[in-house]
Design a binder for this molecule. Structure first.
Ligand code: ZN
Length: 67
């Protein structure tokens, strides 16, 4: 389920079980690109720019806040 949810993201890089892409939570124009890291095996995520992060539930909640 975690992978399916993350598939909606524009994945730019994939390194083994980790995805790096644009952060869907904050406005990328004001932060570093590719700061959004997703660890598939651990089912968690973290944004190096805005500091958001957590598990799949937190991700869905964050996306709801954006929309
Ligand atoms: Zn972010």
């Amino acid at each position: 389920m975690f992978c399916t949810t993350m598939r909606c993201l524009r994945t730019l890089k994939r390194k083994e079980d980790e995805l790096v892409c644009f952060c869907p939570v904050h406005d990328e124009k004001h932060y570093n690109k590719n700061a959004f890291c997703v660890n598939i095996s651990k089912n968690n995520w973290h944004c190096l720019s805005c500091g958001a992060g957590g598990n799949i539930v937190d991700f869905v909640a964050a996306m709801d806040n954006v929309n």
